[in-house]
Ligand binder design. Structure first.
Ligand code: ADP
Length: 689
């Protein structure tokens, strides 16, 4: 065989050759240290080499262990039979250990989990039973040893193999496996310093003539290592401490110098077992904390994403509802116009009525959606004042009358003798009742009976609304106050958006009240009860407020006071419809479609009233009014007519100098009421001025 072939052969069998060599050297080293009966020793690093090699690079390497062990024993004078048997025993020990760890423990050489460390400890104590038993039996069978020598040899053999695995295997596994050493410079320095500390302490204990009192001092730096460096530092420190202890003891130093290696073995076994376990526990805890922190961060990210998505949805809803008001305004004004121009009872008049009703229904829904989104963004403020509850009941009944009548329902209202007062936002309390009345009207078959009663119960106003309508099943009763929830009843299309009741509940709760529902089930009617806190004691009866409804007179009489009005709106259809409507009322109307055009028109002619949209293409309505006021260019009554109906918008309009704020869409009645109010405040201002 030439050199080239030899080299090829070497590289082909390189792992086997290297392992055989390392195993042989480790074995020779072990047997050179105080062997018991030549063949057994307390120091057998070869068992760790074999186990680590099979775990890291596969079972296929077992022949190298077999040959290595056989060669060590042959070199020590064993018979071929005994050497082969011992080789087989040692290979079996490594194979059984590796198989146990892989199969039952699911071993990971990084030793980060408690199970891996416990697995190694168990393997260290169990697997050597095989090699010690087979080895000793074959020595006895080959006649090399007498039976009386066997127990002490077996003990040393088992202990040597066990200690080898316990002390050295973690070091080999950890340092030869991936991931490699990935630390920061600081951690690297800490590891080095701590390892040096373990080394120094071990030297102090095992090289200087100390009493055994100090033996366990080495546990102090080891504890530190366990807490700070994990299995990598620990495997190194254990091996280092054991090595120093062994050398010191062999040289006759330290606490075990007068005893036997057996005591050192017990010490090393304790150290290995305790600290491998301890490190793994610390490591698992750190890992769990990191996982927890990771989950918390993930959760926080998800939550903030959800809340920003939620915010975006709410903003979108608010914007959508607001944008839809503009076209509605145009439809409403046009419908009013058509109604005025059509003959009473004609088909077109009926159609126009239907349009009007539906626009009003849509307006109601948009308002509800806006309110819900405002409440969820904490942007809805109550304007509380002392109110006479009966008035609110009257107003609510009045505004739901058209719907109740159109469905042919009978409404009975019961009110108490004594007047009841609350401190509440009258608009919102009316909204609560209107929502409930509308639902009663919607969810009761035509010709139904609805009862509304108001009574005083222990300082609470109790409003009960009972209908004999389609009812609500018990399971659904729990859910109807959830936003956007609607009871699905067969294939019937649902009316509304499912925001009425949640909004109603929110408004009731904002007033410190409660709302509950009762129904005997489907088809058996429903009863809603609202409780709101009353004020006790003598209360000045507030002035009765006028009832505002969207339904106006069908025939339009020209007003006595003809006014000159400037309508400003960039939505040309809406502006035109409003102009026609006001003209039919006998007013003189001009139109402008932008802020600058409005300024010019207002400066050119004297107007009694300016009706201004806020969102204009060039300068907004606020700015128009500001500039007009600055130049003293107008004394007109200024009315903002916008899709923005929030309290801040009203305040902003007031600050800019408007006399009145209207939210689109508005009917003629509301407009004229606004004219009246705005004109009276300009008159008051001029009297004051
Ligand atoms: P919407 O009426 O727009 O669907 P609501 O929030 O006002 O939304 O009501 C939620 C659901 O509760 C309705 O879909 C309806 O099925 C049920 N509901 C409300 N009021 C009544 C009632 N008086 N009778 C029967 N069902 C009702």
């Amino acid at each position: 065989m030439n050199r080239r072939a030899l080299i090829t052969l070497f590289f082909r069998y390189e792992p086997y050759i290297l392992l055989t060599l390392v195993y042989f050297l480790a074995g020779r080293l072990g047997l050179s240290i105080e062997p018991v009966g030549t063949f057994a020793t307390f120091v057998w690093p070869a068992s760790a080499v074999a186990l680590a090699a099979l775990l890291l690079w596969g079972y296929r390497l077992w022949p190298a262990v077999f040959i290595g062990a056989a060669l060590v024993n042959l070199s020590d004078g064993a018979t071929i039979f005994a050497a082969l048997m011992i080789g087989a025993g040692n290979a079996l020990e490594a194979l059984a250990g590796a198989y146990f760890l892989n199969y039952y423990v699911g071993f990971q050489p990084s030793l980060l989990r408690l199970r891996d460390n416990i697995g190694i400890i168990a393997t260290a104590f169990i697997a050597p039973l095989l090699s010690a038993s087979i080895g000793i039996a074959s020595l006895w069978a080959s006649g090399a040893r007498r039976i009386t020598e066997l127990p002490s040899m077996w003990g040393a053999w088992w202990a040597g193999d066990a200690l080898g695995i316990l002390i050295l295997a973690p070091l080999l596994l950890k340092w030869f496996s991936r991931p490699r050493f990935e630390r920061t410079a600081g951690q690297y320095i800490e590891l080095t310093l701590l390892t040096l500390l373990v080394f120094a302490t071990s030297l102090f204990i095992f090289w200087l003539p100390q009493s055994s009192y100090f033996t366990y001092y080495v546990f102090i730096p080891l504890t530190w290592v366990a807490l700070r460096t994990g299995p990598r530092g620990m495997s190194l420190s254990i091996a280092l401490a054991a090595l120093v202890a062994l050398c010191g003891t062999l040289l006759g130093h330290g606490p075990f110098a007068n005893g036997s290696l057996f005591q050192l073995a017990i010490f090393s076994a304790t150290m290995g077992t305790v600290f491998l376990t301890f490190t793994a526990i610390v490591e698992e805890r750190k890992h769990a904390q990191q996982e927890l922190a990771r989950h918390v961060t993930e959760l926080e990210t998800t939550l903030s994403k959800i809340s920003s998505e939620d915010e975006a949805k709410k903003n979108f809803l608010a914007m959508l509802a607001h944008e839809l008001r503009n076209p509605l305004a145009a439809i409403l004004s046009s419908a009013e116009l058509l109604r005025l121009e059509s003959h009473e009872h004609s088909e077109s008049a009926l159609l126009v009525n239907t349009i009007g009703q539906h626009v009003n229904a849509m307006r109601g829904m948009l308002d509800d959606v806006l309110d819900i989104s405002r409440i969820s963004r904490n942007k809805l403020a109550l304007r509380k004042e002392v109110v006479f509850v009966e008035d609110i009941v009257d107003r609510s009944v009045e505004s739901t009358k058209p719907l109740l009548q159109s469905r042919g329902h009978r409404l009975h209202v019961h009110k108490p003798e004594e007047p009841l007062y609350m401190e509440a936002d009258p608009i919102r309390v009316e909204q609560i009742l209107v929502n409930l009345l509308n639902n009663a009207a919607k969810y009761t078959n035509p010709g139904g009976t609805i009862e509304l009663s108001l009574r005083d119960d222990k300082n609470m106003a109790v409003l009960t609304l009972r209908d004999n309508g389609i009812g609500i099943s018990r399971t659904m009763q729990k859910r109807i106050f959830e936003p956007f929830f609607q009871v699905q009843r067969g294939k019937l299309p649902t009316e509304g958006l499912g925001v009425g009741l949640p909004l109603t509940r929110q408004l009731v709760e904002m007033h410190g009240g409660t709302i509950e529902v009762k129904s005997e089930g489907e088809g058996k009617g429903s009863e809603f009860t609202v409780r709101l806190p009353l004020i006790r004691g003598r209360v000045e009866k507030p002035a009765k407020k006028p009832i505002l409804t969207g339904t106006g007179n069908r025939t339009l009489r020209a007003v006595r006071n003809k006014r000159s009005i400037l309508v400003v709106d960039d939505n040309e259809a809406a502006a035109h419809a409003l102009k026609r409507l006001l003209e039919l009322r006998g007013h003189e109307v001009h139109v402008a479609y932008s802020g600058l055009a409005a300024l010019e028109a207002a400066r050119m002619a004297d107007h009694d009233i300016l009706v201004l949209d806020i969102g204009l293409p060039d300068i907004d309505g606020y700015e128009v009014v500001r500039r007009l006021k600055q130049d003293n260019a107008t004394n007109a009554a200024l009315i903002a007519l916008t899709g923005y109906g929030q309290t801040e918008d009203k305040e902003k309009a007031h600050e800019a100098g408007f006399h009145y704020h209207l939210t689109k869409p508005v009917g003629l009645k509301e407009l004229e009421k606004a004219f009246k109010k705005a004109l009276s405040s300009t008159a008051a201002a001029s009297v004051e001025g």
